[in-house]
Design a protein around this ligand. Structure first.
Ligand SMILES: Cc1cc2nc3c(=O)[nH]c(=O)nc-3n(C[C@H](O)[C@H](O)[C@H](O)COP(=O)(O)OP(=O)(O)OC[C@H]3O[C@@H](n4cnc5c(N)ncnc54)[C@H](O)[C@@H]3O)c2cc1C
Length: 378
Protein backbone atom coordinates (compact mmCIF):
# COMPACT_ATOMS: atom_id res chain seq x y z
CA UNK A 1 0.00 0.00 0.00
CA UNK A 2 1.28 3.43 -0.91
CA UNK A 3 1.43 6.18 1.70
CA UNK A 4 -1.24 8.74 0.76
CA UNK A 5 -0.38 12.27 1.89
CA UNK A 6 -2.12 15.57 1.17
CA UNK A 7 0.04 18.67 1.55
CA UNK A 8 -1.91 21.93 1.54
CA UNK A 9 0.30 24.84 0.47
CA UNK A 10 3.54 24.73 -1.52
CA UNK A 11 5.46 27.37 0.39
CA UNK A 12 8.55 26.91 2.56
CA UNK A 13 6.96 24.25 4.76
CA UNK A 14 5.02 22.32 2.11
CA UNK A 15 7.97 22.15 -0.29
CA UNK A 16 10.42 20.99 2.37
CA UNK A 17 8.06 18.31 3.69
CA UNK A 18 7.18 17.00 0.20
CA UNK A 19 10.88 16.83 -0.74
CA UNK A 20 11.80 14.86 2.37
CA UNK A 21 8.95 12.38 1.97
CA UNK A 22 9.85 11.86 -1.70
CA UNK A 23 13.53 11.30 -0.84
CA UNK A 24 12.71 8.82 1.91
CA UNK A 25 9.70 6.93 0.55
CA UNK A 26 10.05 7.44 -3.21
CA UNK A 27 7.70 5.34 -5.31
CA UNK A 28 5.80 4.05 -2.26
CA UNK A 29 4.56 7.61 -1.83
CA UNK A 30 1.34 9.03 -3.27
CA UNK A 31 1.61 12.71 -2.29
CA UNK A 32 -0.60 15.48 -3.64
CA UNK A 33 0.79 18.98 -3.13
CA UNK A 34 -1.82 21.70 -3.68
CA UNK A 35 -1.27 25.43 -4.12
CA UNK A 36 -3.33 28.22 -5.67
CA UNK A 37 -0.26 29.79 -7.30
CA UNK A 38 1.77 28.58 -10.27
CA UNK A 39 5.12 29.58 -8.77
CA UNK A 40 7.07 29.97 -5.52
CA UNK A 41 9.12 32.97 -4.36
CA UNK A 42 11.12 33.55 -1.19
CA UNK A 43 9.65 36.09 1.28
CA UNK A 44 12.88 38.08 1.21
CA UNK A 45 12.63 38.55 -2.55
CA UNK A 46 9.92 41.15 -1.87
CA UNK A 47 12.63 43.45 -0.46
CA UNK A 48 14.63 42.96 -3.68
CA UNK A 49 11.56 43.76 -5.78
CA UNK A 50 10.42 46.88 -3.92
CA UNK A 51 13.88 48.45 -4.11
CA UNK A 52 14.32 47.47 -7.78
CA UNK A 53 17.21 45.08 -7.06
CA UNK A 54 15.50 42.25 -8.95
CA UNK A 55 12.67 41.96 -11.44
CA UNK A 56 9.48 40.11 -10.39
CA UNK A 57 9.96 37.45 -13.10
CA UNK A 58 13.50 36.76 -11.89
CA UNK A 59 12.41 35.70 -8.39
CA UNK A 60 9.51 33.41 -9.33
CA UNK A 61 10.19 29.66 -9.58
CA UNK A 62 7.56 27.70 -11.49
CA UNK A 63 6.02 24.69 -9.76
CA UNK A 64 6.35 22.90 -13.14
CA UNK A 65 9.93 22.24 -12.05
CA UNK A 66 8.76 19.80 -9.36
CA UNK A 67 9.65 16.36 -10.65
CA UNK A 68 9.96 14.19 -7.58
CA UNK A 69 9.09 10.49 -7.22
CA UNK A 70 5.67 10.09 -5.62
CA UNK A 71 4.81 13.83 -5.72
CA UNK A 72 2.06 15.36 -7.85
CA UNK A 73 1.59 19.14 -7.85
CA UNK A 74 -1.93 20.52 -8.41
CA UNK A 75 -2.53 24.20 -9.02
CA UNK A 76 -5.91 24.56 -7.36
CA UNK A 77 -7.54 26.81 -4.80
CA UNK A 78 -8.57 24.97 -1.65
CA UNK A 79 -12.14 25.83 -0.68
CA UNK A 80 -12.80 23.46 2.24
CA UNK A 81 -10.83 21.24 4.65
CA UNK A 82 -12.36 18.39 6.64
CA UNK A 83 -9.71 17.46 9.22
CA UNK A 84 -11.78 14.57 10.61
CA UNK A 85 -12.25 12.73 7.32
CA UNK A 86 -8.97 14.15 5.89
CA UNK A 87 -10.77 15.33 2.77
CA UNK A 88 -9.86 18.53 0.94
CA UNK A 89 -12.15 20.26 -1.51
CA UNK A 90 -10.80 22.56 -4.21
CA UNK A 91 -12.45 24.69 -6.84
CA UNK A 92 -12.28 21.72 -9.23
CA UNK A 93 -12.39 18.51 -7.18
CA UNK A 94 -11.71 16.76 -3.90
CA UNK A 95 -8.87 14.68 -2.39
CA UNK A 96 -8.60 12.20 0.45
CA UNK A 97 -5.53 10.85 2.23
CA UNK A 98 -4.11 8.92 5.18
CA UNK A 99 -2.08 11.91 6.39
CA UNK A 100 -2.78 15.59 5.87
CA UNK A 101 -0.34 18.49 6.39
CA UNK A 102 -1.65 22.05 6.57
CA UNK A 103 1.03 24.51 5.37
CA UNK A 104 -1.15 27.35 4.09
CA UNK A 105 0.84 30.22 5.64
CA UNK A 106 -0.56 33.58 6.76
CA UNK A 107 -2.59 36.12 4.77
CA UNK A 108 -2.91 39.87 5.31
CA UNK A 109 -5.91 41.77 6.67
CA UNK A 110 -5.30 45.17 5.09
CA UNK A 111 -8.72 46.48 6.15
CA UNK A 112 -7.94 45.83 9.83
CA UNK A 113 -5.89 49.05 9.70
CA UNK A 114 -8.21 51.89 8.66
CA UNK A 115 -6.59 54.10 6.01
CA UNK A 116 -3.85 51.63 5.06
CA UNK A 117 -5.43 50.77 1.70
CA UNK A 118 -6.38 54.39 0.98
CA UNK A 119 -3.16 56.26 1.70
CA UNK A 120 -0.48 53.75 2.73
CA UNK A 121 1.48 50.94 1.13
CA UNK A 122 2.48 47.47 2.24
CA UNK A 123 5.40 45.38 1.04
CA UNK A 124 4.47 42.00 2.54
CA UNK A 125 2.43 40.86 -0.47
CA UNK A 126 4.00 40.32 -3.87
CA UNK A 127 1.65 42.87 -5.47
CA UNK A 128 2.39 45.40 -2.71
CA UNK A 129 6.15 45.05 -3.24
CA UNK A 130 5.71 45.37 -7.02
CA UNK A 131 3.66 48.56 -6.65
CA UNK A 132 6.41 50.07 -4.50
CA UNK A 133 8.88 49.83 -7.39
CA UNK A 134 7.08 52.89 -8.78
CA UNK A 135 6.23 54.57 -5.47
CA UNK A 136 9.67 54.56 -3.79
CA UNK A 137 11.57 56.34 -6.62
CA UNK A 138 8.93 59.12 -6.53
CA UNK A 139 9.65 59.80 -2.82
CA UNK A 140 12.26 62.55 -2.78
CA UNK A 141 11.45 64.60 0.32
CA UNK A 142 9.49 64.42 3.59
CA UNK A 143 8.82 61.73 6.17
CA UNK A 144 8.93 57.99 5.59
CA UNK A 145 7.50 55.58 8.14
CA UNK A 146 7.97 51.83 8.20
CA UNK A 147 5.23 50.70 10.56
CA UNK A 148 3.98 47.40 11.95
CA UNK A 149 0.18 47.27 12.19
CA UNK A 150 -0.22 44.04 14.19
CA UNK A 151 1.59 41.09 15.74
CA UNK A 152 2.46 38.34 15.12
CA UNK A 153 3.99 39.23 11.75
CA UNK A 154 6.31 37.37 9.37
CA UNK A 155 10.06 37.68 9.62
CA UNK A 156 10.53 40.03 12.60
CA UNK A 157 13.78 41.52 11.12
CA UNK A 158 12.00 42.57 7.86
CA UNK A 159 10.81 46.02 9.08
CA UNK A 160 14.38 46.85 10.20
CA UNK A 161 15.72 45.61 6.86
CA UNK A 162 13.30 47.85 4.94
CA UNK A 163 14.39 50.90 6.98
CA UNK A 164 18.10 50.24 6.33
CA UNK A 165 17.51 49.54 2.64
CA UNK A 166 15.40 52.69 2.26
CA UNK A 167 18.29 54.65 3.77
CA UNK A 168 20.66 53.17 1.18
CA UNK A 169 18.25 53.88 -1.65
CA UNK A 170 17.72 57.53 -0.64
CA UNK A 171 21.46 58.05 -0.11
CA UNK A 172 22.29 56.68 -3.56
CA UNK A 173 19.52 58.80 -5.13
CA UNK A 174 20.84 61.95 -3.40
CA UNK A 175 17.64 62.62 -1.38
CA UNK A 176 18.57 61.31 2.07
CA UNK A 177 19.12 64.78 3.62
CA UNK A 178 15.63 65.85 2.52
CA UNK A 179 13.95 62.84 4.15
CA UNK A 180 13.38 61.34 7.60
CA UNK A 181 12.97 57.63 8.24
CA UNK A 182 11.09 56.26 11.27
CA UNK A 183 10.56 52.64 12.25
CA UNK A 184 7.60 51.67 14.46
CA UNK A 185 7.56 48.13 15.90
CA UNK A 186 5.59 46.52 18.74
CA UNK A 187 8.60 44.94 20.48
CA UNK A 188 10.99 46.50 22.96
CA UNK A 189 13.94 45.75 20.68
CA UNK A 190 14.28 44.85 16.97
CA UNK A 191 14.94 41.12 17.61
CA UNK A 192 13.91 40.29 21.21
CA UNK A 193 15.57 36.83 21.54
CA UNK A 194 18.96 38.26 20.50
CA UNK A 195 20.16 41.30 22.50
CA UNK A 196 23.35 41.38 20.37
CA UNK A 197 21.48 41.47 17.05
CA UNK A 198 19.16 44.12 18.50
CA UNK A 199 22.15 46.20 19.68
CA UNK A 200 23.76 45.97 16.22
CA UNK A 201 20.53 47.08 14.54
CA UNK A 202 19.92 49.97 16.97
CA UNK A 203 23.53 51.12 16.36
CA UNK A 204 22.95 50.94 12.60
CA UNK A 205 19.76 53.04 13.01
CA UNK A 206 21.64 55.66 15.07
CA UNK A 207 24.50 55.86 12.54
CA UNK A 208 21.96 56.42 9.74
CA UNK A 209 19.66 58.80 11.69
CA UNK A 210 16.76 56.37 11.52
CA UNK A 211 14.30 57.06 14.36
CA UNK A 212 13.46 53.82 16.15
CA UNK A 213 10.12 53.73 17.98
CA UNK A 214 9.79 50.48 19.99
CA UNK A 215 6.74 49.14 21.89
CA UNK A 216 4.26 50.78 19.53
CA UNK A 217 2.17 49.71 16.59
CA UNK A 218 0.26 51.64 13.96
CA UNK A 219 -3.51 51.59 14.61
CA UNK A 220 -4.70 53.60 11.61
CA UNK A 221 -3.72 56.10 8.94
CA UNK A 222 -5.53 59.44 8.66
CA UNK A 223 -5.82 60.15 4.94
CA UNK A 224 -6.74 63.82 5.43
CA UNK A 225 -3.84 64.66 7.75
CA UNK A 226 -1.60 62.07 6.07
CA UNK A 227 -0.60 60.90 9.52
CA UNK A 228 -0.07 57.49 11.12
CA UNK A 229 -1.91 57.11 14.42
CA UNK A 230 -0.05 54.90 16.88
CA UNK A 231 -1.71 52.74 19.55
CA UNK A 232 -0.99 55.38 22.23
CA UNK A 233 -2.65 58.11 20.12
CA UNK A 234 0.60 59.67 18.85
CA UNK A 235 0.20 61.21 15.38
CA UNK A 236 3.13 60.91 12.98
CA UNK A 237 2.85 62.79 9.70
CA UNK A 238 4.13 60.88 6.67
CA UNK A 239 4.78 61.31 2.97
CA UNK A 240 5.58 57.64 2.44
CA UNK A 241 4.12 54.85 4.59
CA UNK A 242 5.48 51.32 4.23
CA UNK A 243 3.26 49.06 6.33
CA UNK A 244 3.46 45.57 7.71
CA UNK A 245 -0.25 44.66 7.67
CA UNK A 246 -2.05 42.68 10.34
CA UNK A 247 -1.72 38.95 9.60
CA UNK A 248 -4.61 36.50 9.50
CA UNK A 249 -5.04 32.79 8.72
CA UNK A 250 -6.44 32.00 5.25
CA UNK A 251 -10.23 32.00 5.27
CA UNK A 252 -10.46 28.32 4.36
CA UNK A 253 -8.49 27.44 7.51
CA UNK A 254 -10.59 29.70 9.74
CA UNK A 255 -13.72 28.00 8.37
CA UNK A 256 -12.30 24.48 8.93
CA UNK A 257 -12.72 24.72 12.70
CA UNK A 258 -9.03 23.95 13.25
CA UNK A 259 -8.01 27.35 14.68
CA UNK A 260 -7.96 28.70 18.22
CA UNK A 261 -7.27 32.42 18.68
CA UNK A 262 -6.72 32.75 14.94
CA UNK A 263 -4.08 30.04 14.32
CA UNK A 264 -3.84 26.24 14.41
CA UNK A 265 -2.59 24.89 17.75
CA UNK A 266 -0.17 21.95 17.47
CA UNK A 267 1.76 19.63 19.73
CA UNK A 268 5.08 21.47 19.97
CA UNK A 269 7.10 18.25 19.90
CA UNK A 270 5.74 16.77 16.65
CA UNK A 271 3.47 19.38 14.97
CA UNK A 272 0.37 17.17 15.23
CA UNK A 273 -2.96 18.97 15.47
CA UNK A 274 -5.72 17.66 17.71
CA UNK A 275 -7.00 15.68 14.69
CA UNK A 276 -5.35 12.23 14.26
CA UNK A 277 -2.78 12.11 11.40
CA UNK A 278 -3.30 15.80 10.61
CA UNK A 279 -0.20 18.00 11.00
CA UNK A 280 0.19 21.77 10.68
CA UNK A 281 3.51 23.50 10.02
CA UNK A 282 4.82 27.03 9.47
CA UNK A 283 3.07 30.38 9.68
CA UNK A 284 -0.42 28.88 10.02
CA UNK A 285 0.37 27.51 13.49
CA UNK A 286 0.67 29.04 16.95
CA UNK A 287 3.60 26.74 17.79
CA UNK A 288 5.58 29.54 19.47
CA UNK A 289 8.31 30.35 16.93
CA UNK A 290 8.24 33.50 14.77
CA UNK A 291 6.51 33.31 11.41
CA UNK A 292 9.53 32.73 9.18
CA UNK A 293 10.53 30.33 6.41
CA UNK A 294 13.37 28.76 8.36
CA UNK A 295 10.99 27.77 11.15
CA UNK A 296 8.42 26.42 8.66
CA UNK A 297 11.25 24.35 7.20
CA UNK A 298 12.38 23.06 10.62
CA UNK A 299 8.80 22.10 11.49
CA UNK A 300 8.46 20.32 8.12
CA UNK A 301 11.49 18.16 8.92
CA UNK A 302 9.94 16.92 12.18
CA UNK A 303 6.43 16.40 10.74
CA UNK A 304 7.99 14.46 7.84
CA UNK A 305 10.02 12.33 10.24
CA UNK A 306 6.84 11.51 12.19
CA UNK A 307 4.96 10.53 9.01
CA UNK A 308 7.83 8.35 7.76
CA UNK A 309 8.10 6.68 11.17
CA UNK A 310 4.35 6.01 11.27
CA UNK A 311 4.49 4.52 7.75
CA UNK A 312 7.20 2.15 8.94
CA UNK A 313 5.33 1.28 12.14
CA UNK A 314 7.82 3.24 14.23
CA UNK A 315 7.75 6.44 16.32
CA UNK A 316 9.90 9.55 15.76
CA UNK A 317 11.48 10.55 19.06
CA UNK A 318 13.29 13.70 17.84
CA UNK A 319 11.28 16.70 19.05
CA UNK A 320 11.02 20.03 17.24
CA UNK A 321 13.55 22.43 18.79
CA UNK A 322 12.30 25.63 17.16
CA UNK A 323 15.80 26.48 15.97
CA UNK A 324 16.70 28.41 12.81
CA UNK A 325 18.99 31.02 11.29
CA UNK A 326 17.61 34.29 9.96
CA UNK A 327 19.59 36.57 7.66
CA UNK A 328 19.32 40.33 8.18
CA UNK A 329 19.98 42.87 5.41
CA UNK A 330 22.04 45.69 6.98
CA UNK A 331 22.40 47.67 3.75
CA UNK A 332 25.65 48.52 1.93
CA UNK A 333 25.61 44.96 0.52
CA UNK A 334 26.17 43.45 3.97
CA UNK A 335 24.06 40.82 5.68
CA UNK A 336 24.05 39.73 9.33
CA UNK A 337 22.69 36.49 10.75
CA UNK A 338 21.00 35.47 13.96
CA UNK A 339 20.87 31.81 15.02
CA UNK A 340 17.84 31.46 17.27
CA UNK A 341 16.68 28.54 19.36
CA UNK A 342 13.23 28.81 20.90
CA UNK A 343 12.60 25.53 22.68
CA UNK A 344 15.88 23.84 23.67
CA UNK A 345 16.64 26.03 26.67
CA UNK A 346 14.63 27.60 29.48
CA UNK A 347 14.01 30.66 27.29
CA UNK A 348 14.60 31.59 23.62
CA UNK A 349 18.13 32.70 22.85
CA UNK A 350 19.89 34.01 19.75
CA UNK A 351 23.52 34.23 18.67
CA UNK A 352 24.44 37.23 16.52
CA UNK A 353 26.84 37.13 13.55
CA UNK A 354 27.95 40.61 12.48
CA UNK A 355 27.03 41.95 9.04
CA UNK A 356 29.49 41.12 6.25
CA UNK A 357 29.67 40.47 2.52
CA UNK A 358 30.53 36.85 3.35
CA UNK A 359 27.14 36.44 5.01
CA UNK A 360 25.52 38.12 1.99
CA UNK A 361 27.00 35.24 -0.06
CA UNK A 362 25.70 32.77 2.57
CA UNK A 363 22.19 34.17 2.15
CA UNK A 364 22.49 33.75 -1.62
CA UNK A 365 23.52 30.12 -1.03
CA UNK A 366 20.53 29.64 1.30
CA UNK A 367 18.26 30.50 -1.66
CA UNK A 368 20.09 28.46 -4.31
CA UNK A 369 20.32 25.38 -2.06
CA UNK A 370 16.50 25.40 -1.57
CA UNK A 371 15.99 25.86 -5.31
CA UNK A 372 18.15 22.79 -5.91
CA UNK A 373 16.51 20.72 -3.17
CA UNK A 374 12.89 21.54 -3.96
CA UNK A 375 12.97 22.14 -7.72
CA UNK A 376 16.13 20.43 -8.97
CA UNK A 377 17.38 23.75 -10.35
CA UNK A 378 21.19 24.08 -10.15
C1 LIG B 1 9.28 40.94 3.35
C2 LIG B 1 9.48 39.55 3.88
C3 LIG B 1 10.77 39.09 4.12
C4 LIG B 1 10.97 37.80 4.62
N1 LIG B 1 12.26 37.35 4.83
C5 LIG B 1 12.46 36.12 5.33
C6 LIG B 1 13.79 35.64 5.56
O1 LIG B 1 14.78 36.31 5.27
N2 LIG B 1 13.93 34.39 6.10
C7 LIG B 1 12.85 33.60 6.41
O2 LIG B 1 13.03 32.49 6.89
N3 LIG B 1 11.58 34.05 6.22
C8 LIG B 1 11.35 35.26 5.68
N4 LIG B 1 10.07 35.71 5.47
C9 LIG B 1 8.92 34.90 5.95
C10 LIG B 1 8.60 33.71 5.06
O3 LIG B 1 8.37 34.12 3.73
C11 LIG B 1 7.37 32.98 5.58
O4 LIG B 1 7.41 32.90 6.98
C12 LIG B 1 7.33 31.57 5.00
O5 LIG B 1 7.09 31.65 3.62
C13 LIG B 1 6.27 30.72 5.69
O6 LIG B 1 6.23 29.45 5.12
P1 LIG B 1 4.86 28.61 5.12
O7 LIG B 1 5.17 27.34 4.41
O8 LIG B 1 4.28 28.56 6.47
O9 LIG B 1 3.85 29.50 4.25
P2 LIG B 1 4.03 30.13 2.80
O10 LIG B 1 5.43 30.03 2.34
O11 LIG B 1 3.39 31.47 2.86
O12 LIG B 1 3.15 29.16 1.88
C14 LIG B 1 1.76 29.08 1.98
C15 LIG B 1 1.21 28.64 0.63
O13 LIG B 1 -0.18 28.35 0.76
C16 LIG B 1 -0.83 28.77 -0.40
N5 LIG B 1 -2.26 28.97 -0.11
C17 LIG B 1 -2.83 29.76 0.82
N6 LIG B 1 -4.18 29.65 0.78
C18 LIG B 1 -4.47 28.77 -0.20
C19 LIG B 1 -5.68 28.22 -0.71
N7 LIG B 1 -6.89 28.55 -0.23
N8 LIG B 1 -5.62 27.32 -1.74
C20 LIG B 1 -4.41 26.93 -2.23
N9 LIG B 1 -3.23 27.42 -1.80
C21 LIG B 1 -3.26 28.32 -0.77
C22 LIG B 1 -0.13 30.06 -0.79
O14 LIG B 1 -0.31 30.34 -2.17
C23 LIG B 1 1.33 29.76 -0.42
O15 LIG B 1 2.08 29.31 -1.53
C24 LIG B 1 9.85 36.97 4.91
C25 LIG B 1 8.55 37.42 4.64
C26 LIG B 1 8.36 38.70 4.12
C27 LIG B 1 6.96 39.15 3.82
Amino acid sequence: MKLRVLVLGAGFGGLELSSILSDQIGNDLDLTLIDQNDSFYFGFSKLDIMFGRKHADAVKISYNNIKKPGVRFCKETITAIDPIKKIVTTATGSYEADFMVIALGANYDIDATPGLAACGNEYYSFQGAQKLREVIPAFTKGNAIIGVCGAPFKCPPAPSEAALMLHDHLTAAGFRDACTISLVIPFGSPIPPSPDSSKALVKAFEERKITFIPQRKVSSLDATKRAAILDDGTEMPFDLFLGIPKHIAPDVVLKSGMTENGWIPVDRANLLTKFPNVYAIGDITSVGTPKAGVFAEGAAKIAAASIVAAFKGQVNNDPYTGAGSCYIEFGKGEVGRVDVDFFSGPKPFGIHHGASVTLAADKEHFGTSRKARWFGIV
